[in-house]
Design a protein around this ligand. Structure first.
Ligand code: SF4
Ligand code: SF4
Length: 146
C-alpha cells in the first residue's frame, strides 16, 4: 500500500536524522507544534482510513468541537496533560515529517529546530515527499472526514 511505503520512507529518514543527532529535540511531550497548527490536520483518504478506527466517541466529539477553530489551532488529538499524540501510531504524514523536513532553505519546524539550521544539511526533502504524497489524493481537514 502506497501510504505504508511513504510512512516507511519517512521513518527511515527521520530515524537516520535521530541516529546522527541524538539530541534532536522532537520527542514525546514536546508539543508546541501540535498546539500551534495553521489549521486542523489535513489528511488524504488513505490516511483517514488508517486513523478512523482508533477514534473514540470522545475524540470524535473533540474533533467536531474544534472544527473551524481560529489560528493557532491546538490539535484535538493531542493529550493536553502529557503533550503526547493520542493517535501516534496512525498520525497523519504531515505530523511525521514536521521538524525533520525542509522546503528549499526553509526548515519545517519550531524555534528549536530553527536553532539547528546551521547543522550539516540533513533534512528530508519536502518537495520529494509532497510529490509522493500527492499520489494519495487530495487532502481535507480532519473534521470534514468525521
Ligand atoms: S517541531 Fe519543535 S515543538 Fe514539534 S516536536 Fe519538534 S522540537 Fe518539539
Ligand atoms: S495528530 Fe498527533 S502529532 Fe499530529 S498534530 Fe495532532 S497531536 Fe500532533
Amino acid at each position: 500500500m502506497l501510504l505504508y511505503k511513504i510512512q516507511s520512507s519517512v521513518e527511515h529518514r527521520t530515524q537516520s536524522i535521530r541516529d546522527s543527532h541524538p539530541d534532536w529535540p522532537c520527542r514525546k511531550g514536546c508539543d508546541d507544534c501540535c498546539r500551534s497548527l495553521a489549521s486542523e490536520p489535513l489528511l488524504s483518504e488513505p490516511e483517514w482510513r488508517l486513523l478512523e478506527p482508533v477514534l473514540t466517541p470522545d475524540l470524535k466529539q473533540r474533533i467536531a468541537t474544534g472544527a473551524n477553530a481560529p489560528r493557532p489551532v491546538t490539535c484535538p488529538l493531542l493529550d493536553l496533560a502529557t503533550g503526547a499524540c493520542l493517535v501516534y501510531a496512525v498520525r497523519p504524514l504531515a505530523c511525521r515529517t514536521y521538524g525533520y523536513y525542509a522546503e528549499r532553505d526553509k526548515v519545517l519546524g519550531c524555534y528549536r529546530i530553527e536553532a539547528l539550521s546551521d547543522a550539516p544539511v540533513l533534512w528530508g526533502n519536502h518537495a520529494r515527499f509532497d510529490s509522493e504524497a500527492a499520489e494519495l489524493g487530495s487532502t481535507k481537514p480532519l473534521s470534514e472526514w468525521c
